[in-house]
Unconditional design. Sequence first.
Length: 150
Amino acid sequence: MRAVVQRVSRASVSVDGETVGEIDHGLLVLLGVAEGDTEAEAAWLAHKVANLRIFADTEGRMNLSVKATGGKVLVVSQFTLCANTRKGFRPSFVPAAAPNVAEPLVERFIAAVRGERVAVETGIFGAHMQVALVNDGPVTILLQREPEET
């Protein structure tokens, strides 16, 4: 499971010209689910996102989480994060989980972030979306959790 986490002063996601999710101060999370990902990866990543200390404290140091600042999280599913680009110029999306597998894991991630007492807005799984954001800093962090071997 991969997430691109961006600290934002505002962000929104629209479908067919209609805003379906919008936040002010917080995090925009672009979330990709790979084949083999499980609820364990979703829970780990949600905990990491909610507690990632990338907001400034009173001394201007990155020392506070979105949870500590009362910010919100906007989650947008993005299977293209799982693209394999090792060969050629056309990305292969074979590593991405099938929609019937990915959607419940995206929902599990969202529920786990909410379980951390963080407000969450979302896009629409599988829809063609337009994402607008003002990246604050800019601060962009890539988080990844590979499925554990069984």
